[in-house]
Design a protein. Structure first.
Length: 427
């Protein structure tokens, strides 16, 4: 049986991306799930797909330079992007191989008549590669939206807030594959047993520490076999999550025996960490605006040995010691993890999301006990969804006071972007 070609699969995923509403990650997972690729080819396919989506605007610019801005057939444009991404971003692939493989793929996909065009564009760039690389570097300063392949409206608002240098750091970070972090699950094991298991399983790791995580709690996974196949994963000894997600739970400060509401719980990373803080005693009520996604929370609770979580809609006023509202948001703090998102988010969504966020806080305001804690968090970098929401809520609810708020920034804190506000109800 003929083995699958990673470039052909990548082109197929990008074609489907233009035709279907699903996120690229899901489309790629479906294609790779059919098997047929070696681990090396799977990695190449993922690199091609994610890279072509991240660098879409820059790749369009490269195409436009050679075609006089003429509109290209969408499938032919994908082939051009595929060849150009290999030429300018994948140093390990020889130029002649990148050109040849792309042209041959074009022929197999029914673009034989355009083979000469594909070959001319790509070979033209192989002759001008050094000069073009220099032009791409200049673009990062003269037109960072093209140079770093981000929507202009995001680049403009971030530059106005942080300046060109910090914005460039953020943009570059968004184009870099994110680190993979694992949080130790103290309900099942300790750091010594987990690291011993990883050593036996071929996992290479290093301990990482931030002021809100403490020691021997978070590890960066440098290389590893498929995690889901490892006994340490199956046994629930760790949970994969960015360290930024731990800040909201630490600010919540849940204690053993308390009653806690996790309003937007799925997929459950914060829920299971709350349970760890509570030593698996007391009561956690997990909800989500998409009830079907609560199955993910259940699965994670089972794997990590969490037994104090129930799944129901809160109805009794003033019944919770602590409430976490990890609200739906623009996700601009996690663009490096969500490759499609930069092209999907629009400016008017900030207003729509803000209304949703305020409505969720309003819903919870009466459920907190007097003297209780309400924590509001997002993975957004935008003030409209963060400080501004907190301020508007406090203006409408004089019985709450702000105790602490904090914004994590990728270019300063080395983690995903996140905002957390801890509010106290009088009483």
């Amino acid at each position: 049986m003929k083995s699958e070609n990673p470039r052909e699969i990548a082109a197929r995923v990008l074609r489907r991306r233009g035709q279907e509403a699903d996120y690229t990650e899901k489309l790629l997972e479906t294609e790779l799930g059919r098997g047929g690729l070696s681990p090396v080819d799977r990695a190449l396919c993922q690199e091609l797909v994610y890279g072509m989506v991240r660098w879409q605007a820059t790749l369009d610019w490269l195409v436009a330079r050679k075609t006089g801005n003429r509109e290209q057939n969408s499938a032919l444009r994908i082939l051009l992007h595929l060849g150009l991404y290999q030429l300018f971003w994948l140093q390990r692939i020889p130029n002649h191989a990148a050109v040849h493989e792309t042209v041959e793929l074009g022929k197999r996909l029914g673009f034989g008549a355009q083979a000469g065009f594909l070959n001319a564009v790509l070979r033209g760039y192989t002759r001008e590669r050094e000069a073009t690389v220099s032009e791409l570097e200049k673009l990062k300063k003269s037109d960072p939206a093209i140079g770093y392949s981000h929507p202009a409206w995001l680049v403009e608002r971030w530059t106005a807030r942080w300046g060109a240098e910090k914005t460039a750091q953020l943009l570059q970070g968004n184009n870099t594959p994110p680190p993979l972090y694992a949080r130790l699950n103290l309900l099942k094991t300790d750091a010594a047993k987990l690291t011993e298991a990883w050593n036996n399983e071929g996992v290479q790791f290093t301990e990482r520490k931030w002021d809100w995580t403490g020691a021997n709690s978070v590890f960066e996974l440098l290389s590893h076999p498929p995690l889901a196949q490892n006994e340490s994963f199956k046994s629930g000894w760790f949970y994969v999550q960015d360290p930024s997600t731990l800040l909201a739970v630490n600010e919540l400060g849940a204690r053993p025996g308390e009653t806690v509401l996790d309003l937007c719980a799925a997929p459950g990373g914060k829920t299971v960490y709350i349970a760890q803080q509570m030593k698996n005693t007391g009561r956690i009520v997990a909800c989500d605006n998409q009830p079907a996604r609560l199955e993910l929370v259940r699965e994670n609770c089972v794997r990590l040995g969490v037994t104090c979580v129930e799944y129901s809609q809160p109805a009794t006023p003033a019944s919770f010691d602590r409430i976490l509202v990890d609200a739906p948001c623009s996700n601009t703090g996690v663009l490096r993890r969500r490759v499609d998102l930069r092209w999907r988010i629009k400016p008017d969504e900030l207003t729509r999301l803000r209304r949703t966020q305020l409505a969720l806080l309003e819903q919870c305001s009466g459920l907190v006990k007097p003297g209780g804690t309400l924590v509001y968090s997002t993975c957004s970098l935008e003030p409209e969804e963060n400080e501004s929401v907190t301020t508007e809520f406090l203006e409408a609810h004089r019985d709450f006071t702000l105790e602490q708020q904090r914004q994590l920034l990728p270019f300063e804190d080395g983690v995903d972007g996140a905002y957390v506000a801890r509010l106290r109800k009088s009483g």
